[in-house]
Write a new protein. Sequence first.
Length: 416
Amino acid sequence: MKTYQFTKSQELFKRAAKVIPCGIYGHFSPAPLVPATSYPFYTARSAGARFWDVDGNEFIDYMCAYGPMILGYNHPLVDQAAAKQIQSSNCTTGAPSVMVELAEFMVDLIPAADWVFFAKNGADVTNYSTMIARDATGRKKIVMIKGGYHGASSWMQAPGHHGTIEEDAENIIRIPWNDVPAFEKAIENNPNDIAGFIATPYHVPVFADNEMPDEGYWKKIEALCRKHGIVLIVDDIRHGFRMDIGGSCEYFGFTPDLICFCKALANGYPISALMGSQALKDVTARVFYTGSYWFQAEPMAAALETLKELKRIDGPKKILATGKKLLDGLVKVAKTYGYDLKVTGAPSMPYLRITNDESLMLHQDWCAECTGRGAYFTSHHNWFVSTAHTDEDIQQTLEIADDAFQIIKQQYGDRF
Ligand SMILES: Cc1ncc(COP(=O)(O)O)c(C=O)c1O
């Protein structure tokens, strides 16, 4: 099997680096892709579960745009709904009528929520959720999980990151994941001063195994929040609609006060949503928050169609099953070469790591070899599965993985 060349990607990146800070910033930055020379940087075309880069290389995509793609690229129903909407109106004076239709659909779909507020990015709504929690409680502090990610606003970034100041983290308390006593201690040390607890449904750090909640974890967190008047916020931006159509809190059996959605909500169209309980509706109504493009009708029409389709086909169930098929296959192939491929997280958004080499070098090289043969795998971040991934895609992926393991075995020999 031939390996890909990325000449045009690299040429474009050189041009970009002259006019765009670090060429490609944020989560699309080549920095964590090791070695970066083994990865494409620029996309030319996409369809279903695949994309083609500017060099003409074809990839089965296991990153799904880092989460927004869930029904497959260029999904005809979603794109038609968006196109139809844009032909009549998009960004105008006055809210679009489709906004009401989408809100009604989402309130019916998500059992834990009674209302919805739309924005654009994930950080818009995680940020808003903390403002609502503070206004509702009259308190300052927000408890979050060490290594958790809720967006790029300065208070959410890990302390010490460029551009942030100490005061940004002044009212943030970071506790370890799955550590109920740490939450109890935080409550004890900050009496009547904790406004909100925010966490993802399960823990998704980068460069590390993902961690499910311990048995009873969410119920205990919920009980502590209720007892101490703390607003319970679940950041379902990445996990949302990849575990349960009613939100990941349904999957884990707890009831948050606020739920943040984004990513898969509109299959790639720009929209996020904050949903919440009746008790917080009036507070939310008085906390001012808006944006230039937040009333754009096209992404709302796309979101409505995406959710209808995900519900119709039970998308989360489908991708959990597809992911399982893929992962069982990959673990089996790895074993034939003497490698232990450890899978953590949900099968619809798994994190993988070859445990034989703790330094992750061998794992990074294997992911790069797979990518260079057409199965786009990252080594530092969880992957994503979509409803467009077929059995044929999985079969082809397993063949690519097998070839890549052969190369890795030759390279590392019996060292691992
Ligand atoms: C769990 C989680 N929360 C929040 C965000 C922030 O979303 P956005 O980048 O759209 O602001 C992300 C983005 O990756 C995320 O994964």
